[in-house]
Design a protein around this ligand. Structure first.
Ligand code: AP5
Length: 227
């Protein structure tokens, strides 16, 4: 882990379409900087699995590849930000996704005197995203992400991180759902690139490069902004 001392909690946002590598890079940033990955997709999947009211409302929307309502997502994130483990800082993975969510985040951070250190936009081609998503799977035990071609475990079927042998694929990683997810991204989330550029915190990264090259760039600009 990076030994740099933080004088205040860091707030990083990872922006990018489905499959851009937000989750992959967030986990590597967690390891290096001791920040906590907050993925609204993971929080919503957890709510669906637990059968909470929010989960019941979100299930069909997620399966259709559309965005869950701002109200549900903002409430889930607000609650998660109150947990003690986020004191060193957070990597927001998949949030905000609409202008209303971005404005809500500004208010939430202002209440605690925090600010956004960087909004890192992972720039990729739509065409490559279907291949990335359809080849994706994760360890059912620890959540480590893999890909049939781009990131395979050292021993086939065994997680490098925890030794788990059960792997799972996401219900919304089907070609037809991926098309809706990309559409939602371009219509509702891509405008946030301009939102954060106007606030002087946007960092654009070429995420078509191999995972380790993208990680090098993302981690070096993170080290610059949080130290
Ligand atoms: P969410 O879970 O956030 O999914 P997503 O944004 O569609 O993003 P993904 O998790 O699919 O991709 P990723 O960018 O993390 O890529 P990954 O690192 O896994 O959201 C799911 C749903 O929840 C939404 O559709 C919506 O319904 C709802 N939702 C969530 N947040 C919401 C919000 N704020 N508001 C409203 N609704 C919300 O990488 C993908 C694969 O590619 C992996 O196999 C990986 O190994 C590989 N890979 C990664 N980087 C590279 C690289 N550089 N080269 C080659 N392969 C790579």
């Amino acid at each position: 882990m990076d030994t740099a001392t933080l004088t205040r909690p860091a707030v990083l946002i990872l922006l990018g379409p489905p499959g851009a590598g937000k989750g992959t890079q967030a986990r590597m940033l967690e390891d290096r900087f001791g920040l906590v990955q907050l993925s609204t997709g993971d929080l919503l999947r957890e709510a669906v699995a637990q059968g909470t009211e929010a989960g019941k409302a979100a299930k069909a929307v997620m399966e259709a590849g559309e965005l869950v309502s701002d109200e549900i997502v903002i409430n889930i994130l607000r609650d998660r930000l109150k947990a003690p483990d986020v004191s060193r800082g957070v990597i927001l993975d998949g949030f905000p996704r609409t202008t209303m969510q971005a404005e809500a985040l500004d208010h939430l951070l202002a209440e605690t005197g925090q600010k956004i250190d960087a909004a890192i936009s992972l720039e990729v081609d739509d065409a490559a995203m279907v291949e990335r998503i359809s080849g994706r799977y994760t360890c059912a035990n620890c959540g480590e992400g893999y890909h049939d071609s781009f990131k395979t475990p050292e021993v086939d079927g065994v997680c490098d991180e925890c030794g788990g042998t059960e792997m799972k694929r996401r219900a919304d990683d089907k070609a037809e759902t991926v098309a809706s997810r990309l559409e939602a991204y371009h219509a509702q989330t891509a405008p946030l690139i301009g939102y954060y550029r106007d606030r002087g915190v946007l960092q654009e990264v070429d995420a078509m490069k191999p995972i380790k090259d993208v990680a090098g760039t993302v981690q070096s600009l993170t080290a610059d902004v949080i130290s």
